[in-house]
Design a protein around this ligand. Structure first.
Ligand SMILES: [Zn+2]
Length: 1057
C-alpha cells in the first residue's frame, strides 16, 4: 500500500473549470484508491484488457487547492487471479510479479474522448445491423465521413467530426444527458441494469474477494454520482457483510445508495450458491440468512432470486423462491448448454411440486454484457418468446472477477438510446429502473404471465457435469456439515426445551449461525462444484473443520443437558469405564442399527454387544429405536422384537421377523458370498457376478454382465474440473476386486475386504452385510455397505461403481432437494442423451413394476443410469484450475439396496435418510433410570403419513437467546417426499406445553394459525396439528411453547434430579 500526495502542476490547474483533472494509475494488476481516512474511493484494474479502469477523477476542490492526497493499495493479482500461462483456468503462478506501468496526472481532452465513443457506437451499429437497413447505412456513411474530416493535426476537426455523429444520434443529444431516456419510445424493450459478478472465490481466495467487493462497489457508487440513470444490482448477503465488517465507511455510502434505490439488492441468498448439491434445508438457509441480513441492514427484502452462473438449477427452486418471499427468478447459464438450445427466454418455471415463478433467461446470453449495440440488439433478436413478450434484461458490466460497468458502457448506452430515439431499427434501451420493475412490466404485458410458455422441472445444464464429483472432500464436507448442523439444532432445541441436567442451558444461536454461514459460503457456485483453485479449498476445508469442531462441542453440551453424564462412543474415543451403550436418533424414523463400538477391554461393554471382532477391540451392538423415543437401546439379536403391549402396529411386523443365516463364505481363492435370509451378493474372479433377492429367489444382475468398480478416461474438451464429456463412456476399464479376505463373519455383521492396486493408486473396499433390514418397513431388504479408502494418484481418470441390473425402465429416479427427479435411461432425443451424468443426493434408483435396486450415497452427488447400468461417480482427477485436485487420501461409502416393489412402494427414501444419519452412540456412566429422556416420548412425531418427512427442528429466529427462557418458539420443517398427497397428523407430546401453532414461510413469518386438537391424558394433553400436503410440498410450522412447558412440567413428573 502506498500513500500518494499529488501536486497538481500550474499548467493543469489553470485549465477551463469544466475540464477534469485525472490521476491515471496503472499498476498492471488490481488496486484500490482510498481517501486518507481509509474510505475506498474506487477500484483500479490495470493492464490493457477490456476491463481496464485506471483513471481517477481529482475532485474540483483539490484541483483548486493544488494538492490531493490518496492511498493506493495494489493487490498482486489480475482480474482473473494469476494463471501461470495466461490461460484463464490454468493453476495460479505463485511467483507472478506485477510492475507499475504508469502514474500520471492528465487533463483529458473530453471532446476527443467523446469522438472516440461516438465513433465506437457508429462502428457497432454498422457491424451489428443488417446491410439493408437505413440506420446501418447511415452509420457506415457517417463513420466514413468522420474518417475523412478528422485530422490528428487539427484539433478543431474533433468538433466537426462530432457534429457529423450527431446526424445519427440527433441534434444536441449530448446536452440532454440522462434525459435522453425520457424521449422516444414510451415502452422499454431492453432494460439496462448494471451488475458486477464477483465470484465469491474462484481463481482467487475469499480474502481477495473481500477486496474485490470494496473495489467494485466503490467504483459503482462513484459512477452513480456522475450518471444519474445508472442503477446497479448486487446479490450475496455475504459480500455485504464483509463490506460492513471490513470497510464500514464504504458500507455506509452503499447503504445511502440502497435507500435512494440506485444500489439494488437482489438474490435474497447468502451467496450465489451451487443449485444442484446443497440440501433442501441448506437452500432454505441460503434464503433465510440472506433475506434476514438484507432486512436487518437495509429494512428490505429481495423480490428476485438471482443465480446467473450456477451450473444447473434444481426443480425444488420455484417452491423455495416463493416461500422465501420472492416471485421472480433470473439466470442465463443454460445458454452454455453444449447439446440443445434452451427454447425460452421469459417463461413460467414450474417446480417439482407445481409451484411456479416468473423466470427470465436473458436473450443477451450473458451477465457480463459490455453494453454494446450488439448486446442491446441481441436482447431482441435472440429473444425466443417474442410472440408473448419482447422485453429483455441487459445485465451489463465486467464480471466474474468483479469490476462492473465502466463509464464507457454508460456513455455507449446513451448514444444507443439517442439513436433509437431517431430510428426504430434498434430496440429502445431503458435505464433507471430495477430488475423488479422489469419483471413487473412483463407480468403486466403478459396478463399476469398467462400468455408465457411454461417449463416444468429442473433446469438441467447440459455442461459442467463433472462438478457433481470434482473435489471429493468438499462434497463430503458439505454433506457432513449439513447433517451435523441439522442434528445440532435438533438436539440443542430439545436441550433448551427440557434442560434436564443443566438448568441454565441456553440455545447456542450465535454459534449455530456462524457455522451455517460457513457452510453456506462454501456452497458458492465455484467452491462446492470443485471448480476453484487449490488455495480456495485450503480455506474451505478449514471452515468445515471449524464447523465440525464447533458442531461437536455444541452436540456435547446439548447431550449433557439431555442425558446424565455421558461420552461419545466411537472409533476415535476408546471407553475408559463401564456404562450403558445408547444411541441418540436424530431422525424421526423408527430404526434399528448395527453399530461398531470400541470396547477398550471393558468386560461390562462386551456383555452389551452381540459380536466381537477377532482382535477383541471392536464390538458390534444392535441398537433398537423402534418405539416413539429418540434413544436407541442395545438389543439382543432376536429378542425385543415384540412390542411391549398386546398391540401389534404394522411397523413391528418386520421387527418380529428375524433375519437369519447371516453368512460369508469363500472357496478360499476367488469366490466369495455374503448372504442373509434377505439378500445375497457373490464376487467371483474379482467382479460382482450375482445379486440375489433370497426371499424371492430373484437374480437382479443382467445375465452375463458383472458389476463393480470401473475406470474411464476423462479428458474434457476444455473446462477440466467442470466437465466430463459423453465420450468418456466409450472407455470403460472394469477393475477387479483383488486380494479379497473375510474380515467379519457374523452373527451381526459379515464382511470382506479387497485391496486393489491401480496405476499409482490403492483402493481398499470393505463390503459388509448386517443381520437387519435397511428400515423397519415391512418387507424391507438389507443393503450391502461399501466402505472405500482410496489413495488416489491418477490424472484425468474417473472412478465409478456400476451395477448392470436385470431391471427395465425408461426412467431412473434420483433424490433432489425435498423430493426426487426422474431422468431418462435412454438416448431417444438429444435432450435425453445430454443427461448422461446427473446430480442426485442420497439415492439413485432403477425400478420396474414389482422390484428395484437403489444406490445410497453419503457424500457423492454424481450418478448415471444408461440402459440397465446404474452407476455412482466416485472420484475424478482434473488438473485445472487446481493442478492437484483430488490427489491423495479419500474415505467414502455407498450402499446397494434391493427392494421389493417399485420405487414409490419402496423404503428407499427412508433408508437413504437413515444411511446419512447414523445414531450418535454414547456411553452413559450412570444408571439409565436417571435419564428422564429415556422415559420421554419424542416431542414431535408424524402419524398417518409415511410419505411426510420431518426434516428440521430448530428454535425460532426471533426468540430471545441471552438467557434460559420459559417461553419460546420451535420451528419444524416437513416435506412430502414421494410425490403425492398426505393428511399428516403432527403429534406434539403432552409434556410440551403448546400455546399456539402457525404455518410460516421459510423466513418464519407467521402466515396462518393452525387449529390445535388436544387429547387429554392423565397429566398432559397430547396435541395434534393436521397438515395437508400435496406432492413435494414443504411446510414450515412454528410452535409457541407456553411458560408451563419445561421446568414445572418436569417437577410434576418427578423427574428432576
Ligand atoms: Zn460465477
Amino acid at each position: 500500500m502506498n500513500a500518494f500526495s499529488v501536486r497538481i502542476p500550474e499548467t493543469c490547474a489553470s485549465g477551463a473549470v469544466t475540464e477534469q483533472r485525472v490521476v491515471e494509475f496503472d499498476p498492471d494488476c488490481e488496486a484500490m484508491i482510498f481517501s486518507t481516512d481509509g474510505t475506498p474511493l474506487q477500484g483500479i484494474t490495470g493492464g490493457y484488457g477490456g476491463d481496464r479502469r485506471v483513471e481517477h477523477i481529482i475532485p474540483r476542490t483539490a484541483v483548486q487547492k493544488g494538492t490531493y492526497e490518496i492511498v493506493i493499495e495494489s493487490s498482486c493479482n489480475g482480474m482473473f487471479g494469476v494463471p501461470w500461462n495466461g490461460d484463464t483456468i490454468a493453476p495460479p503462478d505463485m511467483n507472478r510479479y506485477f510492475r507499475l506501468v504508469s502514474a500520471d496526472i492528465v487533463v483529458p481532452n473530453e471532446e476527443a474522448w467523446g469522438l472516440m465513443l461516438d465513433f465506437t457506437t457508429l462502428r457497432e451499429i454498422a457491424d451489428t445491423l443488417p446491410g439493408n437497413t437505413s440506420l446501418q447505412n447511415k452509420a457506415l456513411v457517417t463513420a466514413n465521413e468522420i474518417m475523412n474530416v478528422f485530422s490528428k493535426n487539427d484539433i478543431s476537426s474533433v468538433a466537426r467530426s462530432r457534429k457529423l455523429a450527431a446526424e445519427v444520434f440527433g441534434e444536441s443529444w449530448e446536452k440532454k444527458g440522462e434525459k435522453i431516456y425520457d424521449e422516444g419510445a414510451k415502452r422499454a424493450q431492453i432494460w439496462g441494469i448494471g451488475y458486477c459478478h464477483i465470484d465469491t472465490a474462484w481463481l482467487w481466495p475469499y480474502s481477495v474477494t473481500q477486496q474485490k467487493v470494496a473495489r467494485s462497489w466503490s467504483t459503482q457508487v462513484d459512477l452513480m454520482e456522475r450518471y444519474p440513470e445508472h442503477r446497479f444490482t448486487c446479490s450475496q448477503a455475504q459480500q455485504y457483510k464483509w463490506l460492513e465488517q471490513l470497510y464500514p465507511p464504504l458500507f455506509e455510502r452503499v447503504k445511502e445508495k440502497v435507500m435512494e434505490g440506485k444500489f439494488q439488492l437482489v438474490g435474497g441468498a447468502w451467496v450465489e450458491n451451487d443449485a444442484n448439491m446443497p440440501s433442501g434445508e441448506a437452500l432454505v438457509r441460503q434464503f433465510l440468512y440472506g433475506q434476514r441480513y438484507f432486512q436487518s441492514r437495509f429494512g428490505k427484502r429481495c423480490e428476485t432470486a438471482w443465480l446467473p452462473d450456477s451450473f444447473g438449477l434444481t426443480g425444488a427452486y420455484p417452491q423455495l423462491i416463493r416461500l422465501a418471499g420472492m416471485k421472480y427468478f433470473f439466470t442465463q447459464k443454460l445458454s452454455w448448454n453444449n447439446v440443445n438450445v434452451f427454447p425460452h427466454s421469459t417463461f413460467n418455471w414450474i417446480g417439482i411440486d407445481g409451484s411456479q415463478v416468473l423466470c427470465h433467461m436473458t436473450p443477451v446470453d450473458t451477465y457480463t454484457a459490455q453494453a454494446t449495440v450488439g448486446d442491446v440488439n441481441r436482447g431482441l433478436t435472440n429473444n425466443k418468446n417474442i410472440e408473448s413478450n419482447d422485453a429483455a434484461l441487459l445485465v451489463f458490466g465486467n464480471g466474474d472477477g468483479g469490476g462492473g460497468p465502466l463509464s464507457k458502457m454508460l456513455e455507449n448506452l446513451r448514444r444507443i438510446r439517442a439513436t433509437s430515439n431517431q430510428s426504430r431499427e434498434l430496440p429502445p434501451v431503458y435505464m433507471g429502473s430495477s430488475v423488479e420493475d422489469f419483471f413487473d412490466s412483463v407480468l403486466t404485458d403478459t396478463k399476469g404471465g398467462t400468455t408465457l410458455p411454461n417449463w416444468s422441472g429442473e433446469l438441467y445444464l447440459e455442461f459442467h457435469r463433472g462438478t457433481y464429483t470434482s473435489h471429493g472432500s468438499i462434497k463430503k464436507g458439505n454433506r457432513k456439515s449439513e447433517i451435523l448442523l441439522r442434528d445440532v439444532e435438533h438436539v440443542a432445541t430439545l436441550a433448551s426445551l427440557y434442560r434436564y441436567h443443566k438448568d441454565n442451558y441456553v440455545y447456542p444461536k450465535s454459534t449455530i449461525d456462524t457455522c451455517w454461514e460457513k457452510v453456506l459460503l462454501n456452497q458458492f457456485h465455484d467452491v462446492l462444484p470443485g471448480s476453484a483453485i487449490g488455495m480456495v479449498y485450503e480455506d474451505a476445508e478449514k471452515l468445515y473443520a471449524e464447523v465440525s469442531k464447533d458442531g461437536q462441542a455444541l452436540l456435547e453440551a446439548a447431550f449433557n443437558t439431555l442425558l446424565p453424564p455421558s461420552v461419545a462412543l466411537d472409533a476415535a474415543s476408546a471407553p475408559k469405564a463401564a456404562g450403558e451403550i445408547v444411541g441418540y436418533n436424530t431422525t424421526f424414523f423408527r430404526r434399528r442399527d448395527v453399530v461398531a463400538v470400541p470396547l477398550g477391554g471393558i468386560q461390562q461393554l462386551k456383555s452389551q454387544v452381540i459380536q466381537v471382532s477377532k482382535d477383541g477391540n471392536t464390538g458390534y451392538a444392535l441398537l433398537d429405536c423402534s418405539e416413539d423415543g429418540h434413544v436407541s437401546r442395545c438389543s439382543g439379536l432376536f429378542a425385543h422384537c415384540m412390542p411391549p403391549s398386546g398391540l401389534l402396529p404394522s411397523y413391528f411386523i418386520s421387527l418380529a421377523r428375524p433375519l437369519t443365516h447371516l453368512q460369508v463364505y469363500t472357496n478360499s481363492s476367488d469366490h466369495f458370498v455374503l448372504r442373509n435370509s434377505s439378500v445375497q451378493l457373490t464376487i467371483s474372479n474379482g467382479r460382482i457376478t450375482s445379486l440375489l433377492d433370497v426371499e424371492l429367489g430373484r437374480e437382479l444382475l443382467a445375465k452375463g454382465q458383472t458389476g463393480g468398480l470401473v475406470i474411464f478416461d476423462d479428458r474434457p474438451n476444455y473446462w477440466d474440473a467442470w466437465d466430463v464429456e459423453i465420450h468418456h463412456l466409450e472407455t470403460p476399464h472394469p477393475l477387479e476386486f483383488t486380494n479379497v479376505s473375510i474380515i467379519t463373519d457374523g452373527p451381526l455383521r459379515a464382511g470382506v475386504r479387497s485391496v486393489i492396486k491401480y496405476g499409482q493408486s490403492t483402493i481398499t473396499v470393505t463390503i459388509s452385510l448386517d443381520a437387519i433390514t435397511a428400515t423397519v418397513k415391512p418387507g424391507s431388504r438389507s443393503y450391502f455397505l461399501f466402505d472405500a479408502e482410496v489413495d488416489w494418484h491418477e490424472r484425468h481418470e474417473f472412478l465409478k461403481f456400476e451395477l448392470p441390473l436385470d431391471i427395465h425402465n425408461d426412467f431412473a429416479t434420483y433424490e433432489t432437494q425435498f423430493g426426487h427427479v426422474q431422468r431418462p435411461t435412454h438416448k431417444n432425443t438429444t435432450w435425453d442423451m445430454a443427461k448422461f451424468e446427473v446430480c442426485g443426493h442420497k439415492y439413485a434408483d432403477l425400478s420396474e413394476y414389482g422390484y428395484g435396486v437403489a444406490i445410497l450415497s453419503e457424500s457423492k452427488y454424481g450418478f448415471s443410469c444408461r440402459g440397465n447400468v446404474l452407476r455412482i461417480s466416485l472420484l475424478r482427477a482434473a488438473t485445472a484450475p487446481d493442478a492437484e485436485q483430488d490427489q491423495g487420501q479419500h474415505a467414502f461409502s455407498w450402499a446397494v439396496l434391493p427392494h421389493k416393489g417399485s420405487f414409490l412402494e419402496s423404503d428407499v427414501p427412508m433408508a437413504a435418510y437413515l444411511f446419512n444419519s447414523p445414531v450418535y452412540v454414547r456411553l452413559l456412566s450412570k444408571d439409565i433410570t436417571q435419564a428422564p429422556l429415556l422415559q420421554t416420548e419424542s416431542p414431535f412425531y408424524i402419524e398417518s403419513a409415511s410419505n411426510v418427512f420431518l426434516e428440521t427442528i430448530k428454535r425460532g429466529e426471533d426468540d430471545q437467546f441471552s438467557k434460559p427462557s420459559s417461553s419460546m418458539t420451535v420451528v419444524l420443517r416437513l416435506y412430502e417426499a414421494f410425490g403425492g398427497h398426505a393428511k399428516a397428523k403432527l403429534k406434539i407430546a403432552g409434556h410440551v406445553s403448546l400455546a399456539g401453532a402457525y404455518i410460516t414461510n421459510l423466513l418464519e413469518d407467521e402466515e396462518e394459525p393452525l387449529q390445535i386438537q388436544r387429547t387429554p391424558g392423565m397429566q398432559d394433553s397430547t396435541s395434534y396439528l393436521t397438515l395437508d400436503f400435496h406432492s413435494f410440498e414443504v411446510k414450515t410450522v412454528k410452535l409457541h411453547i407456553g411458560p408451563s412447558a419445561t421446568i414445572s412440567d418436569r417437577s410434576d413428573r418427578g423427574i428432576l434430579p
